[in-house]
Design a protein around this ligand. Sequence first.
Ligand code: ZN
Ligand code: ZN
Length: 343
Amino acid sequence: MKAIMKVAPGVGNVEVRDIEEPQAAAGQVKIGVRAAGLCGTDLHIFKDEFRSFPPVVLGHEVAGEVVAVGDGVTGWQPGDRVTTETYFSTCGQCRYCRAGQNNLCLSRRSIGSAVNGGFTNYVIVPARNLHRLPDNVDYETGALTEPLACVVHGVTSTPTVSPGDLAVIAGPGAIGLLTLQVVKAAGATVVLLGTDKDDHRLDLARALGADYTLNVQRDDPATLVQALSEEGLGADVVYECSGAGAAAAQLLTLVRRKGRYVQIGLFGKPVAWDLDQLCFKEIVATGSNASIPSAWAKAVALIGSGKVQTKPLITHRFPVTEWEAAFATFDDRAGVKAVFTPV
Ligand SMILES: [Zn+2]
Ligand SMILES: [Zn+2]
């Protein structure tokens, strides 16, 4: 079967290779991949900015059909429509694993970086990782459960938003557009910020429920945020989803005293941040690392109920053999999200 693989350490070293079809061992399930989302993490692995263990098949946003189950697996059978959590293994014993925070386990090994992932025909995962797709959720839509679970974790595991809050989100990429929908579902008013390249994405943001969108290169968001906020004091909560240092700095100016700053995007490098503002404003700042199992259950429910729509985010579709074209759309910021299908 053809697979998009990181074949060696260093920058690049990604190619399509023919590999043998894997089989499910005890406790594992073999999924026939139907759709797998291309994520910023895959690009970071390509650029050697994110740790990987080559040779390894990339892809961790997977939906498909169970085709075989290993010994001892109960509750799942061939034909089940599923998506899968991404931690192939964690130690199961450290203080984080014991507390249900397996995302923070130092021994965590994930599909698509440490263990073969989903940019191919079949992927093997532990049965405990599976989530059933609701009948009304197709495979493409279901493949985006993973980024949604990451957003749900960032927004809800440490409570960040309440009904009636004014929220400002920077960055209308896939993560920002998912954050928008989760924060709207929580009852906030949302201002979404983008730049000159984001016109199309800001249109999509309004279609997905953003109350206001603004191009920060054309207009100053401070005026709008002041006008919308209680007593003109600023946003109750801000979410940085762009991974741009300038956005992080700007959000610090838009959040009110005693407000909350939430980092969801990754910068890939240190950025300048005026930490004095944490003192002056008594801001609470939080961040999130991937996702935890409870966030997956919420993500599946949000997709199934239609409170979060992932389908409109999918702007490109490619067979795995056209990985170079797919990766290029991401770097160009053309569209929002690309999804691979096996060949
Ligand atoms: Zn991802
Ligand atoms: Zn652990």
